[in-house]
Design a protein around this ligand. Sequence first.
Ligand code: FAD
Length: 565
Amino acid sequence: MILLNPKQHSRQYKDERSREIMLKTIDFFERKGKQKLKEDDRNRVWYEDFLEFVKENELFYNLLTPDKYGEENCRWDTWRNCEFNEILGFYGLHYWYTWQVSILGLGPIWMGNNEEQKRRAARLLKEGSVFAFGLSERAHGADVYSTEMSLTPQPDGTYLANGEKYYIGNGNIAEMVSTFGKMADSGDYVFFVANYSHKNYELVKNIVNSQSYVADFILHDYPITGADILSRGEEAWDSALNTVNVGKYNLGWASIGICTHAFYEALNHAANRTLYGMKVTDFPHVRQMFVDAYTRLTAMKLFALRTADYIRSASAEDRRYLLYNPTVKMKVTTQGEEVINLLWDVIAAKGFERDTYFEMAARDIRALPKLEGTVHVNIALILKFMANYFFNPQEYAPVEKQDQPVNDDFLFNQGPTRGLGKIRFHDYRAVYDSYDLPNLSIFKEQVALLKEFLAGATPDADQQRDTDFLLSLGEMFTLVVYGQLILENAKIYNLEGEFIDQIFDFMVRDFSEFALTLYSKASASEAQMKYLMAMIKKPAVDAGRFAKIWNETVISLKDIYEMNP
Ligand SMILES: Cc1cc2nc3c(=O)[nH]c(=O)nc-3n(C[C@H](O)[C@H](O)[C@H](O)COP(=O)(O)OP(=O)(O)OC[C@H]3O[C@@H](n4cnc5c(N)ncnc54)[C@H](O)[C@@H]3O)c2cc1C
């Protein structure tokens, strides 16, 4: 089984320490128990216990210090960080959040060339500190060009920092807050570190109403020297975007963790509940919802895992991860919402109960598509790759599963963020054509029609400026990319054909839905509508396949996991 089951941990690691980190973390939460987990959530208790556990076991130190700056077992290894993300999401998004914003805060430090600050960060990690990423500002949202935080040069060669940052996780305790701003004289971008405990750092308040601390802070004539500066100019800009590249991938894993725990809880409830003399899971629509939830969740994980292979093998010559990464961010996280919607429709009232994990899941799953770049921002990014993806493929050496215990050096050396439209991809048709399955064949017809649509009824200049039109088109293109990496990983994980075909049952339905949405847009032309109508297709029905998956794969998960009380 590909889903995480903390009570039967089965993920393979090539070193003992990685496995130990995962098992210890699971043990921490299982010892804490569901009741206390929920009580802390309800009362918005600061997660001191978790931070203490992280410190005692040097977890962030091992997981987030590149090998060059740490001792034995320290490395930035996306293979193991994936699962750590997943485990934290599985037990609660707040625990994941303090880890996530530490990753973001460390990005500009490891990417910069300030060796002294790198050594300081490694020391602080060993001492159990967390980190913060001060990019967002209250007035500017996604528009980081308009950043107002400024550094004003002083006659003695130092600087004074002034400005406000808003929505900054860990901004209440981080000794190194990586802060993005502009030079007051030249307007050049700059990243520098500020310390929450300095008297000129005003912690205004926690903006959110939760266990996490998401800070509004102001720097008032905060003194900065050259030693505090991480990067300047284009390098500072690139490290802001490249840090987000590293971080946004994790949001998919938080969704996967949340959905997995919610899935077990929902299945246990429904399968053990009797209505009208039968189990809730005997209703055909309930079976449909569970099979859909399970296949969607498995697809989310297959895609995210495969993306890690491309992240870990990336280089200046192979930047394909820049397409797969925003796809994790936008597609995996919105699929997470879909999974929770399906499960909630099954368990209904139970999903509101204060003692369930589900109640938190239903609230928290909404965050992941919205933060660190909205779905729209990521689709806009994904669309930049569409022309080369469909019409200009290139040969690459095959990328194997990347589970080797090494440091991911390239992540902190990604280089300039320009030239996305020039990135080329291996031909998606190769993996699609390597299967012969009924739903996959239908999906391939839909994809072929989409390609014909792009070539034969190309969106006109107005449509290419109309983000509403483009976003729907982007959803359809994303599905093609999503299916491709799912299929690649289905081979690596030896998934059965019937199960893959069940995944493509929902893929066909989703494609049809997006085609109908685009068809209904005001500006869709007659020629475009004709193609789009042809793309609306029904999946291949196979009652035997469905029953087999329900019996052997889905309902068999009943009672295999329940969090300790
Ligand atoms: C709980 C929480 C924690 C956070 N933690 C941090 C943190 O630690 N550090 C940090 O720096 N920030 C943090 N943020 C900020 C978060 O990343 C931003 O809120 C987010 O990136 C988007 O900004 P916005 O929500 O203000 O939306 P806006 O930028 O105001 O967007 C408004 C609308 O415009 C659309 N839009 C904007 N730009 C584009 C575009 N280019 N193409 C298409 N559509 C577009 C958006 O999709 C959205 O629908 C956090 C926010 C929250 C709520």
